[in-house]
Structure formats: structure tokens, C-alpha cells
Design a protein around this ligand. Structure first.
Ligand SMILES: *Cc1c(COP(=O)(O)O)cnc(C)c1O
Length: 405
């Protein structure tokens, strides 16, 4: 008990601090109400406007609004004709959706390892390429851009299409180019290239549920748009306007993945505030970085000089050898101090479906498995206040001091 004097006290908060919360303003609320009053509650003029705004913001020729990033990734692979017998390279450190959509099309996801920063390990990707490999799906993990140079080099060497899972990366840059921008085509040199963003409730900007596909490829864009609305011929949504006609043709057995005007109304206003959100996240992350750098039992997210990090997630790593508790207990201790956390992600290859059906051992992606054991995502979002950040830091300090080995 002599030591206890050195342990800073547990923090005392009145309210639980969730790990993520959206920032919805009055403008968003009014825009949604306007949709409800107007009668345009499904895909309509606001979706068109939102797509146009994304084209301008990202710098791309085509933007296709969809019901989720998941359905966008699905449309991307479907438009690339991915099906039975094909293999798609997916980093294991991602949300299950990235791999699930490959399975939905009858193809096989090949799960590969990641670097310490959580982004796809190019050697692991290279080693898994076979004559069946058609696509590589890098994930800009936590909001830090992947090393696109080496990814597109690999894609060019093996003639692969690239579908970037940019669920965490709207508003981020790679070497000065916005993620999803057509200006990154110089890396692709003519290879099919598609980017998909997520506007899920916890993401850097939200439409509740929603996603956006970008590409500069006319043919793929047209096909994804048709596939996302039952396979009906172009601009089928116009059939309910004076400009439209009752007649349409189904040219493919498509899907139902369109976005609604209610979602797009949210998105139009969230997009205007996105750069401000990102700035706040980066400022908060810098505060965490400075504070956690003083604690030898934890390490801060790795960053790279040539890339931006927009901190969709702030992933703290625990040095388990210096602590007497594991990550799960660490999370429980934070919860006791009313701090919410999450884990991003349980590597896909560890989930029973993938482990049992595709035969992955835990060590098949050893780095991801080891990162998984030691990581947790701390609360980081624009709605947090200075005191919330201080509470998180002090809660971590308390636990580390209490369970220092
Ligand atoms: C959130 C997320 C998705 C899925 O996004 P939805 O919009 O919820 O479908 C896909 N990939 C990653 C990496 C994600 O974090």
C-alpha cells in the first residue's frame, strides 16, 4: 500500500463519455424536415446536389451516392465483374464489410497482414497474389492514408483493379491529393480505380447511414449507378418528375443500394463542416499524443511524413509486458471511470466464419493479431470538450499506475 500514494486517483465524471458521437446541427435538422415536407423522401434532387458537392470537394468526375459504404464496395466489385473463381486482396485489419462483399459475389477474399500503422502490408499482399487475383482493396485505416505509391505499383505489376475502402478517409490527402480524387490517377496509369466513402454515424461526417463512390471511369460509373438501382436504365429516379417517363428498361439484375434525399440533406451540411471537423480531430489527437508520450506503458498511433492522418480513430497501443492486466481488463477499468472505448478491429481472419471457411490460423496475419491484442480506440470527436480529453488522459494514467508491472 506504500505505492498507492503514487497512483493518481480515478477520475470522477457525472456522465458516461461514449467512444463516438455525431455532430448534428440545426441546418441538418431543418434540411431533413424540408425533405419530409416536400414529399421527396427517397432518391431525388438533394442526392444529385450532394453528388455534385462531393465531385467538387474530392475533385472527381463521378460521384454515386449509395445506401452505405458496404453497398458501394459491393457495387464497385460487381461493376468490375468479380465473381466465382476470382480472388480479391483485403487487409485483415478492417471492418468485416470489406471482406463480406467479396463473399456476396461468390469470389474469395484473400486476407493479408498489415503494418504497425494498421495499413496493408505490401509484402504480405504481394505474397498472396495468384493468377486468380483481380482486385486489391486497401483500407485507409483509422484515417491515415495508405502508401498508395507502393499499392498502385503492385497493382500495375499484376494488372489489378484497385478499390479503395476510404470509409475512414473523406477529407484526407495523400501527397497533397485528396483521397478519391481523379488526380491520383497518375498512380493508376489507366487501371480501373474506384474509391468508396462511408457516412455511417460514427464516421468523420455522417448521413446516418450512407456512402459515396467516386471514380473518373465513365463506363464503371454508369454501370455502378445502374446496378445500385435495380439495374434500371439511366436516371430511373427521374420517372417521378415532369422530365421523366413511366418507361424504363432493366438491363441487369441489379441491387437496391440508392441513397435517399433525407440522407443527402444531412450530407450536404456535414460536408460543409467536414474540414472543421478534421481540424478539431487533429488538434485533439495532438493533445493525446503529447500526453501519452509521457507514459511509457502506452504508445501513440504511428504517423508518416508524406501522409496526413485525419484521426477517424485514435488507436492507443498498450505495452502489455509492462502491465499486469490485458486489453480487455483495461477497457473495463476505463468503463468504470465512465470512459467508453471500442476496438478497431477484430481482424477479419480471426472471426469464426473466415477462420473456419477459409482456414486461417491466428498467425496467418501475425502482426494484425498482435496489434489486436494490445489496442483500443479512445473517444475522439469534435463534440468532445477539453475536459473530456483531460478525463480520458487522467483515466488512462490512473489505470497504468495501478497496474504497472
Ligand atoms: C464503417 C466501415 C465500413 C462500412 O461502412 P458502412 O457505411 O457502415 O457500410 C467499411 N469499411 C470500413 C473500414 C469501415 O470502418
Amino acid at each position: 500500500m506504500i505505492q498507492s500514494a503514487q497512483i493518481p486517483p480515478a477520475i470522477e465524471r457525472e456522465n458516461f463519455l461514449p467512444y463516438a458521437l455525431p455532430m448534428i446541427g440545426e441546418e441538418e435538422i431543418e434540411e431533413v424536415v424540408d425533405s419530409l415536407r416536400s414529399g421527396w423522401i427517397t432518391t431525388g434532387p438533394k442526392v444529385k446536389r450532394f453528388e455534385g458537392a462531393i465531385c467538387d470537394y474530392v475533385g472527381t468526375k463521378h460521384a454515386i451516392a449509395v445506401s452505405a459504404c458496404t453497398t458501394g464496395l459491393h457495387m464497385a466489385l460487381a461493376a468490375l465483374d468479380i465473381g466465382p473463381g476470382d480472388e480479391v486482396i483485403v487487409p485483415t485489419m478492417t471492418f468485416c464489410a470489406t471482406a463480406n462483399v467479396v463473399v456476396h459475389l461468390g469470389a474469395t477474399p484473400i486476407l493479408v497482414d498489415v503494418y504497425d500503422d494498421g495499413n496493408i502490408d505490401i509484402q504480405s499482399a504481394k505474397a498472396s497474389i495468384s493468377s486468380k487475383t483481380k482486385v486489391i482493396m486497401p483500407v485507409h485505416y483509422a484515417g491515415q492514408a495508405c502508401n498508395l505509391e507502393e499499392i498502385y505499383q503492385l497493382a500495375r505489376d499484376h494488372n489489378l483493379a484497385v478499390v479503395e475502402d476510404a470509409a475512414h478517409a473523406i477529407g484526407n490527402h495523400y501527397r497533397g491529393h485528396k483521397i478519391g480524387s481523379d488526380s491520383l490517377d497518375e498512380l493508376a496509369k489507366g487501371l480501373p480505380r474506384i474509391t468508396v466513402f462511408s457516412f455511417y454515424a460514427t464516421k468523420n461526417m455522417t448521413t446516418g447511414e450512407g456512402g459515396m463512390i467516386t471514380t473518373d471511369n465513365d463506363e464503371l460509373a454508369s454501370r455502378m449507378r445502374i446496378l445500385s438501382l435495380h439495374g434500371m436504365s439511366r436516371d430511373a429516379w427521374k420517372r417521378y418528375t415532369s422530365a421523366g417517363s413511366w418507361y424504363y428498361e432493366v438491363v441487369e439484375a441489379g441491387y437496391k443500394s440508392n441513397m435517399t434525399d433525407i440522407q443527402a440533406g444531412l450530407g450536404l451540411h456535414q460536408l460543409k463542416r467536414l474540414d472543421g471537423f478534421v481540424e478539431t480531430r487533429q488538434k485533439y489527437a495532438a493533445f493525446y499524443d503529447a500526453e501519452f508520450a509521457k507514459i511509457p506503458e502506452v504508445s501513440t498511433p504511428p504517423v508518416h511524413q508524406d501522409r496526413d492522418h485525419i484521426y477517424h480513430l485514435y488507436v492507443l497501443r498498450l505495452d502489455l509486458e509492462k502491465l499486469t492486466i490485458d486489453r480487455g481488463q483495461f477497457i473495463e477499468e476505463l468503463k468504470e471511470q465512465k470512459i467508453g472505448t471500442s476496438v478497431h478491429f477484430i481482424p477479419v481472419h480471426i472471426h469464426p466464419y473466415y477462420r473456419d471457411n477459409l482456414g486461417y490460423s491466428r498467425d496467418a496475419c501475425a502482426n494484425a493479431a498482435s496489434i489486436y491484442d494490445s489496442m483500443l480506440s479512445l473517444p475522439l470527436y469534435p463534440k468532445m470538450e477539453q475536459q473530456d480529453l483531460i478525463d480520458v488522459v487522467n483515466a488512462v494514467k490512473h489505470i497504468v499506475a495501478k497496474y504497472r508491472r
